[in-house]
Design a protein around this ligand. Structure first.
Ligand code: FES
Length: 141
C-alpha cells in the first residue's frame, strides 16, 4: 500500500546519505529531487529522451515502469550499453514516489561537462505514461 508521505533518501556513489526528505505520494521523483536541491542533470526536461536524470534505486524499487523508459533502455542495450539492463536503474523523470526509496543520482551537474542543468520539467510524468509491470528480483528491495 502506498504511503501518504514516503521518505526519499538520496545517497552518493559511496552510499553516504546526502539528504532525506518526505514527499507527497504520487510525486514525480525528478520533480522531488529538483525541489529538494539535488543537483542532478535533466537535459530533456523529463521526456525520457536523454538519460541524464537516471538514478539507481537501491531500496523501494517501483513496481511499474513506463513504456518510454523501457523502449529507451532497450535501445541502449541493443547498441552496446549493458548498464541500462539493470532492474535498479531508472529515469527519475519516469518514476512516481509511492513508498520509501533510497536513490543514487547518476549524473550530477558539473559546469565543465554540462552547459546547464536542463529544461524545466512538468509536474506529471511525460510523455503520457503507459505503465508496465516491473519485475523486481528478490535481491532488490
Ligand atoms: S530522460 Fe531526460 S530528463 Fe529524464
Amino acid at each position: 500500500m502506498a504511503l501518504a508521505m514516503p521518505k526519499v533518501t538520496v545517497v552518493d556513489p559511496m552510499r553516504e546519505v546526502v539528504k532525506e526528505f518526505e514527499v507527497e505520494s504520487g510525486t514525480k521523483l525528478l520533480k522531488a529531487l529538483i525541489e529538494h536541491e539535488i543537483d542532478l542533470v535533466h537535459t530533456c526536461g523529463g521526456w525520457a529522451k536523454c538519460t541524464t536524470c537516471r538514478c539507481t534505486i537501491d531500496k523501494g524499487t517501483p513496481s511499474k515502469v513506463t513504456q518510454a523508459q523501457k523502449d529507451l533502455f532497450e535501445r541502449f542495450v541493443r547498441t552496446g550499453q549493458p548498464q541500462f539492463d539493470a532492474p535498479q536503474v531508472h529515469l527519475s523523470c519516469q518514476v512516481i514516489v509511492e513508498n520509501d526509496m533510497q536513490v543514487c543520482p547518476s549524473e550530477e551537474f558539473n559546469e565543465i561537462i554540462h552547459d546547464n542543468r536542463g529544461k524545466d520539467t512538468e509536474d506529471e510524468v511525460t510523455p503520457d505514461p503507459v505503465w508496465l509491470d516491473h519485475e523486481v528480483p528478490d535481491w532488490l528491495g
